[in-house]
Ligand binder design. Structure first.
Ligand code: ZN
Ligand code: ZN
Length: 672
């Protein structure tokens, strides 16, 4: 980008200035046509209204009135009708400073940064001198495009025009340097600000605090925050709180939040989103409810964060309540909110509700389709997933690798080998998407689930990328299940050759050894895990009862109803045994005696959640459980029996998919 040059001259002709027009009419009692049209512009609700007003303006001969044009452009910007704003600009015969300012701002606000900069250049070519309202938006555009050279040139021009002490311009400059990642430039600018304790410079402080938080220098951010004169704005608090949350320091964020003299919707949203990002979904939801109790109206982003927390822990009741709140409080279900609702219903096991919301979303984007297709896939509804995928392509949305993965998963869950291979080939050849290891894993999964072990092996050996631990693991498990000892040995050899890199693989490795009853090797792997500080990820299950989410870990005794839960668990296990349920100790894979194995199985977190669901709710309420790992075969088998004995529907979401247990059977057909 060429650095702009300034010719500090006056505009060629006195522009069609606002002041002139207003003065001309100031002696008239009834509002002037100009004032009347400007109020009409302001009450426009859509671009269509605005166009009608614009037509009237042209009829009344005011289409070249600079004040009117400025207001038209600003309103177009609010409606995101940038093309219309540009056409108004092109029809203005003598664009002046005000018109340029409104257009440059409109372009920058609508992320048309290059356009904003090119109109700034045009303005200079027309010898219109920029002012304090021009620079902030050009600086923002330069920052967004990472135009360092232009940024420096703009800074020089600002100094030349004597605008560097203007707090609006200075704050924008600092903000640009923060966005460039030049925090020291921003700090220098801050140090050189003569009256930085003045009220008008609060924003400058906030930009600096934000900048420090962004690079993770929270000590510097806190120092600035504490040094701030008594003028800390809510924004200052919000920035620092967000900084702590981004760094994962939830506790310090909480302390600051509670210290805040006044909180706004952004403060609350920051906390709800922050808890959610840090995996504390229960506190995200309780903070959301606290916000409503205190009479603060959430914005779209707060609601989306709360819904995402519901999705993660399967809190359906809370999700429904939030949906009702949204409907009853004038929210528009736009695409982002719609996507969040579809995701929540789908992850909470209500795929039909998800589909209903999905149909109501008018402007579906790739994410909308992706969420819906993944939803059908995890619910094992392959036909719907494929139908949805076709619809998406017909709607002109270009699929990406994430959507393909969901479609492949759907095929794999339903054992549709030919269909899956067809989709895989289409991804590679029709869409030129390079498959990742996840896609290859899906295909291997597809083969082995259908019992095509030879094809799976051939496929693995022909892969252009190195097969990883998960792929060999998938084959190994399938060989074991299909009792193909020869191939199992080959797979386990490959597995052992690969240096395990993540905790999952250590656990897996120890299970392979345990399966082969090689206890010494199991010990070795365990010791290696201990030495490297790797812990098996703890399993937990969530269940929502009466609006509260309860969390269980294996052998959990912490729940207030623990005694009752274990009694119920004993009772249902006994009933299930009478019906033919046999604890499947293959799933324990520890070097322990058979009876102890049964005990270890007996208190898996999902079983505790199930027992709690049975004691605390009654028929016909569906028991909904979310598990963070894969459900084991033994828990799966018990759930099937319990669904029949108690005549209750049980919906379990594990890390792979949904299981709907009903009358002794599961929708996964024991295939997961
Ligand atoms: Zn289990
Ligand atoms: Zn199942």
């Amino acid at each position: 980008m060429r650095s702009p040059s300034f010719k500090p001259t006056l505009p060629r002709k006195p522009p069609f200035s606002t002041q002139t027009t207003i003065q001309n009419h100031s002696d008239v009692c009834s509002p002037s046509p100009e004032t009347r049209f400007i109020s009409l512009i302001h009450v426009s609700e859509t671009t269509c209204h605005l166009k009608q007003t614009h037509a009237q303006i042209t009829l009344h001969g005011l289409s070249q009135n600079s004040h009117v044009i400025t207001q038209l452009i600003s309103t177009c910007s609010l409606f995101k009708s940038i093309d219309y704003a540009l056409s108004i600009f092109r029809h203005s015969r003598e664009p002046n400073l005000f018109i340029f300012n409104s257009l440059i701002r409109a372009l920058s606000d609508n992320a048309c940064f290059a356009g904003s900069i090119s109109h700034f250049s045009l303005m200079l070519r027309l010898s219109i001198r920029p002012d304090r309202l021009t620079f902030p938006f050009v600086l923002k555009s330069a920052a967004s495009l990472s135009e360092y050279g232009l940024g420096g040139a703009l800074h020089a021009s600002i100094v030349r025009l004597g605008l560097e002490l203007d707090s609006f311009v200075r704050t924008s400059l600092a903000n640009m340097y923060v966005k460039f990642g030049f925090l020291d430039h921003a700090l220098q600018l801050f140090e050189e600000t003569p009256d930085r304790n003045k009220a008008e410079n609060v924003l400058l402080w906030n930009v600096l605090i934000n900048g420090c938080c962004k690079v993770g220098d929270l000590e510097m951010a806190s120092k600035l925050f504490e040094a701030m004169p008594d003028r800390r704005s809510i924004g200052s608090w919000n920035s620092l709180i967000n900084g702590f949350l981004q760094k994962g320091d939830v506790e310090r964020a909480m302390v600051l939040f509670d210290r805040m003299p006044e909180k706004n919707v952004i403060s609350w949203t920051t906390m709800v989103a922050g808890f959610s990002q840090n995996g504390d979904y229960q506190r995200a939801l309780s903070t959301f409810y606290r916000m409503l109790d205190e009479g603060v109206k959430p914005n779209d982003y707060t609601v989306i964060s709360a819904l995402s927390a519901c999705a993660r822990i399967g809190a359906l009741d809370a999700g429904i309540q939030i949906h009702e709140y949204v409907l009853g409080n004038g929210f528009r279900i736009n695409r982002d909110l719609g996507n969040a609702l579809v995701d929540m219903y789908s992850k909470c096991g209500e795929i039909e509700c998800a589909s209903r919301v999905f149909c109501q979303i008018k402007e579906k984007d790739l994410l909308t389709w992706s969420v819906m297709i993944s939803g059908w896939a995890t619910h094992g509804c392959c036909g719907e997933a494929l139908r949805c995928f076709e619809e998406m392509k017909s709607a002109g949305i270009y699929p990406d690798e994430v959507v393909f993965l969901a479609v492949l998963m759907a095929c794999s869950h339903s054992g549709l080998v030919d269909q899956g291979l067809h989709v895989f080939n289409s991804m590679c050849f029709d869409y030129s998407i390079t498959p990742t290891v996840k896609h290859y894993t899906c295909i291997v999964d597809l083969f082995v689930r259908a019992g095509h072990l030879e094809e799976a092996l051939k496929f693995i050996e022909s892969m252009p990328i190195e097969p990883d631990f998960v792929i060999w693991g998938t084959l190994f498990c399938a060989c074991r299940a299909h009792k193909n000892i020869e191939m199992a040995e080959l797979a386990s050899k490959r597995l052992l050759q690969l240096e395990p890199k993540h905790p999952g693989s250590y656990v897996f490795l120890s299970n392979i050894y345990a399966g082969a009853k090689r206890w010494e090797d199991v010990e070795k792997v365990r010791n290696a895990m201990k030495i490297r500080g790797i812990d098996k990820p703890p399993g937990w299950s969530f269940i929502e009862v009466g609006g509260h989410v309860h969390r269980f870990t294996a052998s959990d005794q912490a729940h207030t109803c623990a005694e009752e839960i274990y009694r119920k668990l004993g009772e249902i296990t006994a009933c299930a045994r009478a019906q033919g349920y046999m604890p499947d100790t293959d799933w324990v894979l520890h070097n322990i005696e058979e009876e102890e194995k049964e005990d270890a199985l007996g208190s898996h977190s999902e079983k505790l959640a199930l027992a709690f669901g049975l004691v605390s709710t009654s028929s016909p309420a569906v028991i909904r459980i979310v598990k963070n790992l894969r459900v084991c075969g033994d828990c799966h088998s018990l759930m099937k029996h319990v669904s029949k004995i108690s005549q209750r529907d049980i919906v379990l979401r594990d890390i792979k998919r949904f299981h709907h247990f009903k009358d002794g059977a599961c929708t996964c057909m024991d295939y997961w």
